[in-house]
Design a protein around this ligand. Structure first.
Ligand code: GLU
Length: 561
């Protein structure tokens, strides 16, 4: 076979050579140890939680090492592309701290444009580049055209599949496919000419030189040392429209763009021998690989399963509506990525997660479990550390978008809202009432007359007369100017006067001697004022609400019992 001639027949319009491409895309000048990483999504919809993972790893590895992190849009599958998805993806990732130095970026007008000299960063615009390398492979006898197209093979498969449902002969299918492939290898130049003259489409296949019985060794930075079967499949490099498959585009792009670490989902691990073969054929130094485990969740029966697209928590755009701040989500991601993150954070509570010395070595080999309880814990901590001003601004902004009625109440009097949010905040052990911004309404809505309602009832075990007497005595003795101690002494006095223990020790020693204790007396008042039995510090609540509104609510309560 005259490979030179074959290459000219197949790619008459390609005048460039791999050397031209190497010259067009010079090697990067980086300091020792700097990592060049990329996120390479096929933008077919929203950003999945499982996509935030590898992208966060890429961002961290590049930026902690003084390297470069870039975005490449893998849009070679036009059927799957969703308009606007790439723009949305860039915005969503930015919200979660994943910012790119280079690649496809959003310009001021919200359109995608290229930044950096290794572009175009959209694969659909790199056809000439791929075909240059494809032509070179043909010239070297490492790739050949197959006029039995992938579509035809697929058809063959589906026919076989129907047959197999009857005879379940799966191996026959694989054999048939292999026979087709091998027959294709023996194509003559005359047959190629004839097919081209007839306008028949072709796919370009690699001429595999591996042996499936032998193993190829490699070290994955997450999975460790691996042995995988060599590639013996003549897989497709270019589809019949001249567009590359993922495998081919990956090798060409990651080489030319100077990627040092390929960070991607573990679903690509089985294809790795294909990629290693391609890097070898093309004369490229293979990058380092990091295959990230899938995110799992527990199903109703407690079994682990993959976090699927439809699962709650899968779509990164849902977190905003649920009231999780990006800070909380990012910290949660860090806890999943590196098991020592929490310990570090406990020791460095004031440091940003980006200061954490993230390490690929500490990543989970087997997979991380997505867990709402843990996310809520992390989020509670994040929200509790905010200043009253910050949390007020965050909740107000959130509510104006997702719960406008509540949002308007907060915005009406910012100082009032800040006083409420200041309760229990700022000390060493701040209150952790809010897991999400959406929890704020349930927690402090009662401060607003518009939202106040009595949500619970007094337990039957208490005498209504005692409750009424408590409320009345409270109003008789209450003085807004009292400090907390004086205020509480007065409540204790009410307890004593009604036969409830004011001294908890005495109560515990002999509960039978009392109708109840001072906590019950406080509860009588709390339920009237806040509508709930569980609420922030009652003295402070009253200081914020003011005497008139407190009395108004107590009066309504006494009238109703
Ligand atoms: N486009 C591929 C995907 O979305 C990229 C995998 C990679 O990072 O190489 O799965």
């Amino acid at each position: 076979m005259d490979f030179e001639r074959l290459a000219e027949l197949l790619f008459p319009n390609i005048k460039t050579t791999p050397e031209d491409m190497e010259a067009r895309y010079p090697r990067r000048e980086l300091k020792e140890g700097a990592a060049v990483t990329r996120f390479a999504p096929s933008p077919t919809g929203f950003v999945h939680f499982g996509g935030l993972f590898p992208s966060t790893v890429g961002e961290r590895m590049a930026h902690l090492s003084g390297g470069v992190f870039y975005l490449r849009i893998e849009d070679t599958d036009a059927k799957r592309e969703v308009p606007g998805a790439a723009e949305g993806l860039i915005k969503t990732l930015a919200r979660y701290g994943v910012n790119f130095d280079e690649g496809a970026i959003l310009d001021e007008n919200g359109n995608i444009s290229d930044k950096g000299i290794y572009g175009p960063y959209k694969q659909s615009q790199r056809k000439e580049i791929y075909q240059t390398f494809a032509k070179a492979l043909v010239k070297e006898g490492k790739a050949y055209p197959a006029f039995t197209t992938e579509e035809e093979l697929e058809q063959l498969n589906s026919v076989n599949k129907k047959e197999e449902i009857k005879n379940t002969n799966w191996e026959a299918e694989a054999e048939a496919r292999r026979a087709e492939m091998l027959a294709g290898r023996n194509i003559t130049i005359e047959e190629v000419e004839k097919n081209l003259a007839e306008g028949n489409p072709f796919v370009l296949r690699i001429l595999a030189d591996g042996d499936g019985e032998r193993k190829v060794k490699m070290t994955d930075l997450v999975k460790g040392d691996l042995e995988l079967p060599e590639n013996d499949e003549d897989f497709v490099l270019l589809k019949s429209d001249g567009i590359p498959t993922y495998h081919f585009a990956h090798a060409v792009d990651d080489h030319l763009m100077g990627t040092t670490h390929v960070i991607r989902g573990e679903e690509w691990l089985p294809s790795l021998p294909k990629h290693l073969q391609l890097f070898r054929y093309l004369g490229f130094k293979a990058p380092k690989f990091m295959h990230i485990s899938q995110i799992m969740k527990l199903d109703e029966n407690g079994n682990k399963k993959k976090l699927s697209k439809r699962d709650m928590g899968a779509n990164m755009d849902d977190y905003t509506g649920m009231g999780y701040t990006p800070e909380a989500v990012c910290e949660y991601v860090m806890t999943l990525l590196n098991s020592n993150y929490e310990e570090w954070h406990a020791q460095n509570p004031d440091k940003h997660y980006k200061e954490f010395p993230f390490s690929a070595k500490k990543m989970s080999v087997s997979g991380c479990l997505f867990d709402y309880d843990k996310l809520n814990d992390v989020s509670k901590n994040v929200l509790s550390r905010m200043t009253a001003e910050d949390i007020t601004a965050k909740v107000t902004e959130w509510a104006l978008e997702f719960d406008p009625e509540f949002g308007k109440l907060l915005a009406r009097d910012k100082e009032y809202a800040e006083k409420i949010f200041a309760i229990g905040r700022g000390g060493k052990k701040p209150r952790k009432d809010l897991a999400t911004l959406a929890d704020a309404k349930g927690y402090m809505g009662f401060f607003y007359d518009e939202l106040y309602k009595v949500e619970e009832e007094y337990p039957e075990s208490f005498d209504k007369a005692d409750i009424k007497a408590t409320l009345n005595s409270f109003m008789e003795t209450y003085d807004y100017a009292d400090d907390m101690n004086t205020w509480f002494e007065k409540i204790k006095a009410i307890a004593d006067s009604l036969g409830y223990a004011s001294d908890m020790k005495a109560y515990k020693a002999d509960p039978e001697a009392f109708k109840g204790n001072v906590a019950d007396i406080s509860m009588f008042i709390r339920l009237a004022v806040t509508g709930k039995t569980n609420a922030p510090d009652l003295y402070t609540v009253m200081q914020i609400m003011g005497k008139d509104r407190v009395f108004d609510r107590i009066n309504k309560m006494t009238a109703s019992i």
